[in-house]
Design a protein. Structure first.
Length: 483
């Protein structure tokens, strides 16, 4: 598989083309230092053979922001050095921190915006990025990633909603790019040309009057001209359409742009691949071959392989899928795709982050703060001798399923559904032995089965298969439906 082949990123060679993007874990303390919980999270990705690990957003400055890693002072370096050492001891992964600057937000809903920054403030931010990058190199990281996406400072300068009217003028593309250009130049001065510098930015802002692909293609080209070593893409996650929750600071993933940033189960697989493909084709056509990372509901190994073999991306990023199962790559290497714990995009992890709680996965066994470690000496879940006994009924347009509980280390049950004579796909994972399919459409035949799974993705055999015919409602003159 090309997905499993090494990829050159500047002076670094990642062992394969799978990247775990930066994800907030809320495992760190208010002090910003690396702790063992943080290390354990990233060690699992390396043990699972992820090609490139991007450590969660790490602040370049001292502003208070709850549990957030930092590289804003020299005394943070030792903890990061220990993180890097343990990750490299665990597996073949390369590792970089995502370094970030953010502005102030208040519980009242007020937030600082980039037009409030004085020139001396901007100079200070540029210096902070350069110093943090140097500390990252000192800590032994393989490179850094400049966070220029979502609701944060560098992204706000790139935005079409940039309100400045000076050298960083939001009305011109060059004005919007000036801040990133200064940061990139200072970082290179501090770390040299032999230290990979990647960037994450938005392929599409997904807000009213925000930029989309035509602008992001040109932004990516400028980043390539400036010498970035990889371009990782995201979508949305902006303050401009965030929903204010009384008593809490704005959370930039609560509006439509937040939906687009972390597309849930209601979105189809691969909703953003055209954006990465468009950016890659554009910069390639201008003579640059900077690796481009495609993200967004990519979890199936066959889908990931097609993206790289067809030239629509150089690297595939998986955040929620690798949170659910950090051994995804190793299982693909071992041709055990059936043992992957498949993300169902329920976004419980997102809700935990929004509520300032430790980020875990709904699919893990209850109470786990890290992904379970696979123990092949234990049996996979299994059905009783009498079978799963899957049964179905239809009530008010809802298909209701019930079945017998499986034995063993059962973390939950995957529910598979096929429409008409189509392919069975997981539509939900549940903890108990029942499920209500509220998205069934009358007049369509559905086939269901379930499989029990443990916390590492090993499944029971399929249950018995059951077919359900749902009636088309009859509507009277008043518009009321009658089955």
């Amino acid at each position: 598989m090309k997905l499993l082949e090494p990829v050159r990123i500047g002076t670094m060679t990642a062992p394969n083309r799978v990247l775990v993007p930066a994800m907030v874990t809320r495992l760190s303390g208010e002090d910003g230092f690396v702790n063992q919980g943080i290390i354990d999270r990233y060690v699992r990705y390396s043990a699972g053979h992820v090609g490139l690990i991007v450590v969660e957003a790490t602040a370049v400055h001292e502003s208070k922001s709850g549990p957030l890693l930092r590289l804003s002072r020299d005394d943070f370096v030792a903890g990061h050095r220990d993180l890097v050492r343990q990750v490299k001891d665990a597996g073949p992964s390369k590792i970089v921190p995502q370094i970030i600057h953010f502005m102030k937000v208040a519980r009242s809903g007020w937030r600082q915006t980039i037009d409030m920054l004085e020139e001396r403030d901007i100079d200070g931010i540029v210096e902070a990025f350069g110093s943090a990058a140097a500390r990252a190199r000192e800590a032994g990281y393989d490179g850094i990633e400049l966070h220029s996406a979502h609701a944060y400072t560098l992204s706000s300068f790139l935005s079409r909603r940039n309100p400045r009217r000076d050298a960083y003028d939001g009305r011109t593309l060059e004005g919007r790019l000036r801040m990133f250009g200064r940061v990139m130049a200072r970082v290179r001065q501090m770390v040299g040309k032999d230290f990979p510098v990647g960037v994450r930015f938005l392929a599409e802002e997904a807000i009213k009057d925000g930029y989309a692909l035509p602008d992001s293609q040109r932004i990516a080209l400028r980043m390539a001209q400036l010498g970035v070593d990889y371009i990782s893409l995201s979508v949305g996650g902006k303050f401009e359409d965030a929903v204010q929750k009384e008593g809490s600071p704005l959370y930039p993933y609560t509006g439509y742009s937040g939906d687009r940033c972390m597309p849930g189960e209601q979105y189809p697989p691969l909703p953003h691949v055209h954006l990465a493909a468009g950016i890659k084709a554009y910069i390639n056509s201008h003579g640059f071959d900077v690796p481009v990372v495609s993200v967004g509901k990519i979890s199936d190994p066959a889908d990931a392989e097609r993206l790289v073999t067809e030239g629509r991306a150089d690297i595939v990023g998986m955040a929620r899928q690798l949170l659910a199962d950090p051994a995804w790559v190793r299982k693909v290497e071992e041709k055990r795709e059936d043992a992957i714990l498949r993300c169902i995009y329920c976004n419980v992890c997102k809700q935990l982050d929004e509520n300032f709680k430790l980020v875990s996965c709904f699919l893990w066994p209850k109470g786990f703060t890290q992904a379970p470690i696979e123990d092949l000496s234990k049996d996979a879940p299994r059905w009783p001798a009498t079978g799963a006994g899957l049964k179905a009924s239809v009530e008010d347009g809802v298909v209701k399923l019930v079945w017998s509980r499986a034995s063993g280390d059962v973390a939950g049950y995957d529910v598979f559904r096929a429409e008409a004579d189509g392919t069975s796909k997981i539509v939900e994972a549940v903890k108990g032995a029942k499920f209500a399919d509220k998205l069934a459409l009358g007049g369509v035949g559905y086939t269901y089965h379930v499989m029990a799974y443990d916390g590492t993705g090993r499944h029971s055999p399929p249950s018995n298969v059951i077919h359900v015919e749902t009636p088309v409602p009859a509507f009277g003159e008043t518009g009321a439906a009658h089955a």
